[in-house]
Structures are given as C-alpha cells and as structure tokens.
Design a protein around this ligand. Sequence first.
Ligand code: BDR
Ligand code: CA
Length: 311
Amino acid sequence: RQKIILDVDTGIDDALAMTYAIRSPELAVLGITTCFGNVTVHEAARNSLLVLEQLDAEHIPVFLGANQPLFRPSLKAKAVSIHGEDGLGDTGLSEPLGSPASQSAASFIVEQARKYPHEVTVVAVGAMTNLALAIMQDPEAMYLLKRVVIMGGAVTVPGNVTPQAEANMYADPEAAEFLFRSGIPVTMVGLDVTLQTLLPRAEIAKWREQGTKLGQFLANITEFYINAYSQFYPGIRGCALHDPLAIGVVIDTTFVKTQPLHVQVDCEGLYSVGRTIADRRSKPDHSPNVDVCLEVDADRFLAHFLERVAR
Ligand code: BDR
Ligand code: CA
C-alpha cells in the first residue's frame, strides 16, 4: 500500500478526499495534517476528526499546522459561501470526541519522511504552508519524500478566488513558490483538470437513499457545496471534485496526462498574486520543476471515486 499524509483545510471537498483515500485499499493514510484555508486550522482539525468518526477511522491521527501564511497577513478569508461557516455545510454537527495530537503538522511530515525513506507521498489540498514549514525544519528529510501531490493552481484556465488565482495558491503564495523551488518532485492537480471532474446532483441523492450513516453525512454536507456551485457557476452540471482528484492521481496516475513544466507562483503582482505561471514556450528558460496535470479522464475518475465512496 502506498503511504500518504493528507494535508487538508477541511472543507467539503477535503472531506470527500479523506473519504476516498481512507476507503481505498491501495493507500495507507499515515496521518491527517491540517492548515488554515477554507476555515481556521482549529476548525480544519475539528472537521477532520468529525470525518474520521464518520468513517470509523479514529485511529488515524490528526495534527495541527499553520493558521496563517508564512510571510504576509492573510489575503483570503474563510470560504464561508462555498463550505459554510463551520466548513462542512452548516448541518449542525456536534463536536468530535477525539482531539488533535500534540505534535505539529510539519514535524509529523518530517518524522514520517525519515521513517519511510522514498515511500511517503504528501497530498496537500489546502495552502502549502505546512509543506514549506517542514522544508524549513528539515530540508534533507523532505528530499526523502516519494512525491508531493498538490491540489492548487491554474495554468490554462482562470482562477477561482480571483480572476487569476486559485484558492490554495492565493492562501499562501510564498509557501507554494518555496515548495516549487525546493527540488522535491511535485505533481500539480489544478483547476485545469479539477473543474472537469464534476459530481452530478443525482449521485448525492443516491448517497442519501443508501440510508447509511456515512451516506447521510456525505449527502448532507455535499448538498451545501453543490448549491454553492450552482450559484457561483451558473449552468454547471455539478460540483468540482478538486481535492478528491488529487487522491485519484495517487491511486491511478493514468486518470490524468501530465506535462513537466517550469512553474512559478506570482507573489507580487498587483492583480495576479497567487497566479501559477507555467513556461509553456517551446524553449523555456528553466528546466521543469512541476508535473502539471493538463488532461483528465473525468468519466473514469468519477466512476472510481463513486465506487469507493458510495460502496
Ligand atoms: C480548493 O480550494 C478549497 O476551497 C477547496 O477545498 C480546494 O482545495 C479549490 O480551489
Ligand atoms: Ca481544500
């Protein structure tokens, strides 16, 4: 089984990604590390613990990470309109029974990288701040990671949180740029592909009809998310499975086609802070630092995701 650490800002699609990962026998989830983004880091940890309880997976530890960007005041407010005030669609969930571990997210990542050299993939689906902190803490350990797979950025399409920037990049542009410059192998699962992997509304009804505890939970939270999508993207045929696609790419790399490109994150632009700029010229100035997903087999991925999550 592939060992992964899932770094989240839980968030409804983060919760779906956790579910997909934990219910996939190809993966061993070593821990959940949390970061600010859709919600505060404390809310992300609380939500992650709640999701683990729904999955009967309380044995997986949850770690607190960064609650703000590395170097700047937060640009991005909580994503209340997409994920709700509580981050899980405001469905009246009670507090979790468990609590986060005492170790920090960054030190857990570093520890696991050293414990299992070249075996651990970090899947980061929030701001890249915990990864940047881990690199600062122990760069040599971070070169022992197998790979980092991130959900974030947009190379061929507009941003979502600003005209240029995708939310996870905008949350902490310097952290993402630091990761991209580090030399650690990175796969970028950005809006280029995640806006093509849509969950149709009919599938949410099927989750509810299952009558299981998990089916009810997923249907309740995802209903808020799909309603937000129909409001913000008129005419869209579902809600985007951003964070689940990053898990899908770890399970089966053939869901996507990637291109190695040199990618930088704009940290200063007046209108373009958080933009991922990929050098797609025939003769780029620098060698590639990121494998960018540019195409996705959306139908095959969706079928796989549904089979795992709804089983
Ligand atoms: C990303 O931003 C967050 O709102 C989602 O959870 C996802 O990680 C999409 O831009
Ligand atoms: Ca997320």
